[in-house]
Design a protein around this ligand. Structure first.
Ligand code: KIV
Length: 279
């Protein structure tokens, strides 16, 4: 049985840190799931790292459902949370419920959406139909980026107070956890100590109850943006490019394929074939 929302809630009570990693495809999701990662997040960052968009705005529900289905085929152990993309939940509560339902039918256990107190009513409505919701405050790539760019959130007393209030209102609305993106570490720590649900930080310091990274950042596979907060555990692009260059050379020189990579017919059948075609 895979992890449940309740397991994630219990981790905070037991003071166990929560590991979250983004996943979008079957192959990498299988590796993440096998590694014991607590939560696989099908983030709308898929639009950037998988589809090459400049930001997450163009991502559609159909795309998120496709990524969610692929990850759910791989998932055996982790909790699976999927992002509601831009404009799939903001226009009406009906949209929010219907689109959350689509992600659940695609294989998610819970959905994530961006926004503070303005989203409280929408979140309550989704939770009321039985769908667990993860909140997301601080830098909100679907909207903050449009107005401010990628800026650290909660640097002043007033913006910090707003974030703390948002977190409290999301908890009241029924979220089971809150992602805190690029929030100053002091404010992230205060929020984590204030709410009873787990906080999952990205660029928000060690005071959060868990941490999330985009898998391509962690593996060193996405070079377009290199956020300060994204720790690279390896430089996979380098190894991939090295391997591809060797493959190209091997093809050109005839080193690949070798006998162990091809299939043969019997001498007898080959002889008959040659007789028939007269060679
Ligand atoms: O889309 C995403 O990957 C996210 C995480 C970075 C929190 O929302």
């Amino acid at each position: 049985m895979h992890k449940t929302v309740q397991d994630i809630l219990n981790m905070k009570k037991e003071k166990k840190k929560i590991s979250v990693i983004t996943s979008y495809d079957y192959t990498l999701a299988s590796l993440c799931d096998n590694s014991g990662i607590d939560v696989l997040l099908v983030g709308d960052s898929a639009g950037m790292v998988m589809l090459g968009y400049e930001n997450t705005i163009p991502v559609t529900m159909d795309q998120m459902c496709m990524f969610t289905e692929a990850v759910s085929r791989a998932r055996k152990n982790s909790l699976l949370v999927s992002d509601l993309p831009f404009m799939s939940y903001q226009a009406s509560i009906e949209d929010a419920i219907n689109n959350s339902g689509r992600l659940i039918k695609a294989g998610a256990d819970a959905v994530k959406l961006e926004g503070g107190s303005v989203m409280a009513e929408t979140i309550s409505a989704i939770v009321d139909v039985g769908i667990p919701v993860m909140g997301h405050i601080g830098l909100q790539p679907q909207t903050t980026v449009l107005s401010q760019g990628y800026k650290v959130q909660g640097k002043t007393k007033d913006t910090a107070m707003r974030l703390i209030e948002d977190a409290k209102e999301l908890e009241e609305a029924g979220v089971f956890s809150i992602a805190l993106e690029m929030v100053t570490h002091e404010v992230a720590k205060i929020i984590s100590e204030t709410v009873s649900i787990p906080t999952i930080g990205i660029g928000s310091g060690v005071g959060c109850d868990g941490q999330v990274l985009v898998v391509q950042d962690l593996l060193g596979m996405y070079d377009k943006i290199k956020p300060k907060f994204a720790k690279r555990y390896m430089n996979l692009s380098e190894d991939i490019v090295k391997s591809l260059k060797i493959f190209k050379k091997d093809v050109e020189s005839g080193v690949f394929p070798a006998a162990e990579h091809w299939f043969s017919m019997s001498e007898e059948e080959l002889k008959k074939l040659r007789e028939q075609i007269g060679s």
